[in-house]
Design a protein around this ligand. Structure first.
Ligand code: NAD
Ligand code: UDP
Length: 326
């Protein structure tokens, strides 16, 4: 990856104090880096449930970066001009370990961060998810589709937690006039994904690099649309900075759809691996297809992804090669 200048400064009048919850995670660490690179003052709040200080080591010496260990299910009293609320485990394996905590993080976390934003009169962005569409009956998914989520299945702690968080965001907006931004993020991948977090891209790359079988769940014909992390972060920042009336929800993702089998074959090709495919049962409520309609993001944010899967995977493979050899 091109190293970002993370020590840039802005004149004090333009420098914002930006709170990033979940900033020690995969997406959050890239967001902190980007905001620092743009010259802002960043406060990262994280309880290290799935994130890690290792993701932030390169930022710790920056005087405009602060790291606070805190669980967002408890109230937080800090000062900030903008808030990005990313705190929540995102991988099915992790969010299902302690489903009650997952719901609390989404719902109590949203209430606490919205309360903070209300006191500060600060705009707040929610990292929502394509999971609000559940196993979608509409394809590709547009933002006005209400979804098809199982409210009592093993994915519900995440799906319904995120749906309730969206409800809270829109109620704070209607009831208190709060400036909100809701991004529905589709599968995103890239450097700093956790090697053991169970998500498909990290699983396949690690398996291919280690010569282990590539674990295809179900028949591998289910689809996902994979967005490279740099594109996604650019979308989040663009959404925060659009006109206040653009609240979202806005789909952010790469609209090019692949079957999981195609992903496996591409990973094998790009790594030159001799791993074979191994089939395993499809997890309960695993969505059959997923593809964002990004018309709204194109029109409202002037945003679309630039990095295709082949290039993004190559950059991610380079990261995992160095991680696994270190
Ligand atoms: P991640 O697990 O790497 O990061 C989540 C971060 O939140 C971690 O650092 C974790 O320690 C922290 N966290 C969890 N519970 C917390 C709590 N109670 N208090 C404080 N911190 C807490 O996941 P990610 O992929 O970086 O996802 C970030 C956000 O984006 C999540 O809200 C996720 O739902 C959303 N999202 C991600 C994707 C994706 O493909 N990566 C897709 C859709 C939505
Ligand atoms: N998957 C797979 N093998 C793995 C991990 C995941 O076939 O080792 C499948 C999973 O069943 C799903 C897709 O890949 O159909 C994406 O899974 P992931 O956990 O990355 O994200 P999801 O989109 O399901 O939240």
């Amino acid at each position: 990856m091109t190293p970002l200048n993370t020590t840039a400064t802005l004149p004090a009048a333009h420098r914002k104090r930006i709170l990033v919850t979940g900033g020690a995670g995969f997406l959050g660490s890239h967001l902190c880096e980007t905001l620092l690179g743009a010259g802002h003052d960043v406060l990262c709040v994280d309880n290290f449930y799935t994130g890690s200080k290792t993701n932030l080591l390169h930022l710790l010496d920056n005087p405009y970066f602060e790291l606070l260990r805190h669980d967002v299910t408890f109230p937080l009293y800090v000062e900030a001009d903008e808030i990005y609320n990313l705190a929540c485990p995102a991988s099915p394996v992790h969010y299902q370990v302690d489903p009650v905590q997952t719901t609390k993080t989404s719902v109590h976390g949203a209430i606490n961060m919205l309360g903070l934003a209300k006191r500060l009169r600060a705009p707040i962005l929610q990292a929502s998810t394509s999971e609000v569409y559940g196993d979608p009956a509409v394809h590709p998914q547009t933002e006005d589709y209400w979804g098809h989520a199982n409210p009592i299945g093993p994915r519900a702690c995440y799906d319904e937690g995120k749906r309730c968080a969206e409800t809270l965001f829109f109620d704070y907006h209607r009831q208190h006039g709060l400036g909100i931004k809701v991004a529905r993020i589709f599968n995103t991948y890239g450097p700093r994904m956790h090697p053991n977090d169970g998500r498909v891209v990290s699983n396949f790359i690690v398996q291919a690099l280690q010569g282990q079988p590539i674990t295809l769940y179900g028949d591998g014909e289910q689809t996902r649309s994979f967005c490279f992390v740099d594109d996604l972060i650019a979308g989040l920042v663009a959404l925060m900075h659009t006109a206040p009336e653009i609240t979202g929800p806005v789909n952010l993702g790469n609209p090019v759809e692949f079957t999981i089998r195609e992903l496996a074959e591409l990973v094998i090709e790009l790594t030159g691996s001799r791993s074979r495919l191994e089939f395993a049962p499809l997890p309960t409520d695993d969505p059959r297809q997923r593809q964002p309609d990004i018309t709204r993001a194109r029109e409202h944010l002037g945003w679309e992804p630039r990095v295709d899967l082949r290039e993004g995977l190559a950059r991610t493979i380079t990261y995992f090669e160095s991680l696994l050899s270190g």
